[in-house]
Structures are given as structure tokens and as C-alpha cells.
Write a protein of this length. Structure first.
Length: 49
């Protein structure tokens, strides 16, 4: 969700919250399993510069 495209912070938060509510039932069906830390991948994205 992009603040400029959504039309401001309030609309961005509303859009993101609606997206979470939509996928939450499926996410709640997932079962956690132990995994080695070596399988963890992190990524970042900076749009400020």
C-alpha cells in the first residue's frame, strides 16, 4: 500500500487493515513448525532516497 496512491495516511491504514482482515482467516489456518534459523530470509525496502 502506497501512501501517495491511497490518498493519505488514514486511507492507507484503512486499506491495509482491510487487506489483513481479508487474509486473516486463511493465515489462522496455518500451523507453525520449527525451522532452523539458517532458513530465515529478511529483506528491507527503503523508498525515502
Amino acid at each position: 500500500v502506497n501512501i501517495q496512491e491511497a490518498g493519505g495516511i488514514r486511507k492507507t491504514v484503512e486499506t491495509a487493515a482491510a487487506a489483513v482482515r481479508e487474509i486473516l482467516p486463511r493465515a489462522n489456518e496455518a500451523r507453525r513448525t520449527r525451522q532452523p534459523i539458517s532458513e530465515l530470509t529478511l529483506a528491507t525496502n527503503c523508498g525515502g532516497s
